[in-house]
Write a protein that binds this ligand. Structure first.
Ligand code: SF4
Ligand code: ZN
Length: 710
């Protein structure tokens, strides 16, 4: 046998033995009926579920799985067979990790790692992965001989926006090297035991189930999906033992190349298992192997600039300067001008810059004037909202809000590195010219810090502009436009998914409004958003258009040929998996419940968000269930075919409060109902079907009197 297959089998057999022992021990201790589950997932033990279709829920389900695991280890001298043994290691690791959760506690509470990654996090990664904002997924494991090597590699991935998962002693090495960690920094420590690597494997596997519509038990389909669509790879640091090697074989079986930093000589497998002993080459080779392209923009600023810093939070104590519109006047405005009115790359700062005194509270008006032959006023807000992301990409800068309701914080560290207002202007200029070059030919930026002048410009220039836009948005509805747009960005994960974006129905991820789609079409004419001429209405109530059906049919390569815009029961729109909310019918209440991704508790349907979500997604149509954006809830077109918003009987409190103002307005306008949200139940009132019904009856909820929903 080759050394490699030898090592793989040795590792798989060792893990099989450990798994069997651990299962027997757990059953002896807790009994076969004891429950076993990972937290916050609808996919049971995901590897086992996806590969075999078996839903493990209690300990007595496990011995059969151990049997399957052993059957994958043929001990035959053949690389393909050995890779299967690698999958056995993955199954074993999954069982060993799941056993840690028996009893319901959080075994990772006092660990450096987070352990199992819940479903909602995977859903939230959908959009950044498809847009290339997160260009790939790195798994870094082991212990580097020289800590600085792994620190540099991880920092490099971070600066390129990759999502990096850490397993083993590299966690401490990277932490001590000053790398900021956590989901918000895209560097996620999983755990110390090598079995913790399963927690990133199940992320890939659940992506196939959530977005790819891969059916549980379809192992070949699963492996094809992860290989083609999950841009992941593995870097190991330090000496390899047999368990690491067999886990690596499992990764290779899923299509993830493994790069090790020891010399494997002739045991390398080109493209799948390679030695790179010079750590300066690790990142480059890893990205090449997975064909990961990284968009990095070099900007003339004093701190790192990467999407990986977007979630960084700057607390008061770490803050050097703050711009907070509730304290001092502040606003951001992008405004279109004539070509001869703009001097390209002109940056003007009026008033004091950020100074040495700290913490300081400043006023700030940022006026971005753009000109271009193809520029339209409709693109102003699309560009303006980007400022939020761009400022957040700066290391040591935090930005929230938009327009004249904003907060910007600059950390002490960023100030010490030299960040001043000019850096902000350079970021706007550089990114705007990069991302909007097809519509913007010239751009000049003015930043004002004199409070009176900020107020003056706010009142004279910004407020009238904001109001004009709001009026335009209000006057814009599905009837007033002549085009809708497709968005197929999510097809890289959900091949048969297509959103139809209309003025009154934004994309289900919440990130693509009709104006965004329109701008995207202008920016990338052959890109993901294509216009649908609004002609050939077949059914106004359901929202059926001949052109919509044809375009969606083309966009989904024939997978979906009949879709309605306004119904949840008849040919609803497909869901990819990254929806902000899910709406599902509650037949006994003759209405629907709407749940957001962040809500972890139970709903009156007897299912959590994750369980509801697992029934839809993957680009298929599921009558009775529908993913959608938060802002769609108050839309006059929200399931209007079934009676509209008055069907909503239950929402989590946070969501209800968030949409209350707009939803109440819609209910009042359409049905004359006052304070409609008071009639909607939430988890603080009841989650049990009967109690919910009682509440609805007491409130005289309108859904109870409507035609039967099904
Ligand atoms: Fe994906 Fe739809 Fe959002 Fe486009 S609009 S990114 S297809 S969810
Ligand atoms: Zn999506």
């Amino acid at each position: 046998m080759s050394i490699l297959t030898d090592l793989i089998y040795a590792g798989s057999n060792a893990v099989a033995g450990l798994t069997e022992g651990a299962v027997n021990e757990a059953i002896a201790k807790h009994g076969g009926d004891a429950k076993i589950a990972f937290p916050d997932t609808a996919y049971f033990l995901p590897t086992i579920y996806a590969a075999t279709g078996v839903k493990v829920t209690k300990l007595s389900d496990l011995p059969a799985c151990v049997g399957v695991l052993k059957s994958l280890i043929s001990n035959k001298e053949d690389l393909g067979e050995a890779l299967n043994a690698g999958l056995a290691t993955a199954v074993g690791a999954e069982i060993i990790e799941a056993l840690k959760y028996v009893g319901g506690g959080n075994p990772y509470e006092n660990e450096a790692g987070i352990g199992f990654v819940p479903d909602p996090i995977i859903r939230s990664l959908g959009v950044p992965l498809v847009t290339g904002d997160i260009p790939g997924v790195a798994v870094v494991l082991g212990k580097a001989e020289n800590a600085q090597d792994v620190v540099s590699v991880v920092k490099d991935y971070q600066s390129k926006g990759l999502l990096t998962f850490l397993v083993g002693d590299v966690i401490e090495q990277v932490a001590e090297g000053g790398v900021k960690m956590g989901l918000e920094f895209r560097v996620i420590p999983l755990g110390h035991d090598v079995t913790a690597v399963i927690h990133v494997v199940t992320v890939a596997i659940r992506a196939a189930l959530i977005f790819g519509n891969i059916q549980p038990g379809d192992l070949a389909g699963l492996l094809a999906y992860t290989k083609a669509r999950v841009p992941a790879f593995v870097n190991t640091f330090g000496a390899l033992n047999e368990v690491v090697v067999s886990a690596g074989a499992g990764a290779i079986a899923l299509g993830f190349p493994v790069i090790v930093d020891v010399d494997l000589g002739e045991n390398q497998v080109g493209g799948a298992l390679e030695s790179v002993t010079d750590h300066a080459e690790t990142v480059k080779r890893s990205l090449e192997l997975r064909s990961i392209k990284v968009k990095v923009k070099e900007l003339p600023i004093h701190v790192a600039f990467a999407s990986a810093f977007e979630g960084e939070i700057i607390r008061r104590a770490e803050m050097h300067a703050e711009i907070a519109s509730e304290v001092k006047p502040a606003f951001e405005l992008v405004v279109m001008k004539g070509l001869d009115e703009v001097e390209d790359h002109k940056i003007t700062i009026i008033g004091e810059d950020i100074g040495a005194d700290a913490p300081v509270s400043m006023a700030l008006g940022t006026i971005v004037e753009v000109a271009g032959k193809k520029m339209q006023t409709d693109f102003e807000p699309v560009i303006e909202r980007k400022i939020h992301h761009w400022f957040n990409y700066m290391e040591g800068v935090m930005h929230t809000g938009q327009r004249n309701l904003i907060r910007v914080r600059v950390s002490k560290e960023a100030y010490a590195k030299g960040v001043r207002l000019r850096d902000f202007a350079e970021v706007i200029y550089g990114m705007l010219m990069e991302e909007f070059s097809s519509v913007v030919d010239k751009c000049q930026i003015t930043m004002i810090t004199v409070p009176e002048k900020v107020t003056e410009q706010l009142n004279a220039l910004a407020m009238p502009r904001y109001s004009a836009r709001d009026e335009r948005l209000l006057s814009m509805n599905d009837e007033s436009v002549d085009k809708f747009y497709t968005c197929i960005l999510c097809q890289s994960f959900a091949p048969s998914h297509c959103c139809v974006v209309t003025p009154e129905r934004l994309g289900l991820c919440g990130a693509v409004s009709w104006l965004d789609a329109k701008a995207t079409k202008e920016l990338t004419p052959t890109g993901p958003c294509q216009p649908i001429e609004k002609t050939g209405c077949i059914d106004e109530r359901l929202g059926v258009y001949k052109t919509v059906n044809e375009t969606v049919g083309e966009a989904t390569h024939g997978a979906v040929t009949s879709v309605t815009l306004y119904s949840i029961m008849t040919d609803p729109m497909t869901s990819c998996g990254c929806f902000e909310c899910i709406c599902g019918i509650m037949p006994e209440a003759n209405g629907v419940v709407v749940v957001n991704r962040e809500y972890k508790g139970m709903t009156p349907t007897g299912m959590t968000f994750g369980e509801l979500a697992s029934m839809t997604g993957g680009g298929v149509q599921t009558p009775g269930f529908m993913g959608h954006g938060r802002h769609f809830i108050a839309s006059k077109k929200f399931i209007s075919a079934e009676g509209g918003v008055q069907r909503i009987v239950w929402m989590p409190k946070e969501l209800k409060d968030d949409v209350a103002k707009k939803l109440n307005k819609t209910a009042k306008e359409l049905y004359g109902i006052e304070n409609f949200t008071d009639m909607i139940c939430d988890e603080t009132i009841a989650t049990e079907s009967e109690a919910v019904l009682k509440f609805l009856e007491e409130k005289g909820h309108p859904a109870l009197g409507l035609d039967p929903i099904m």
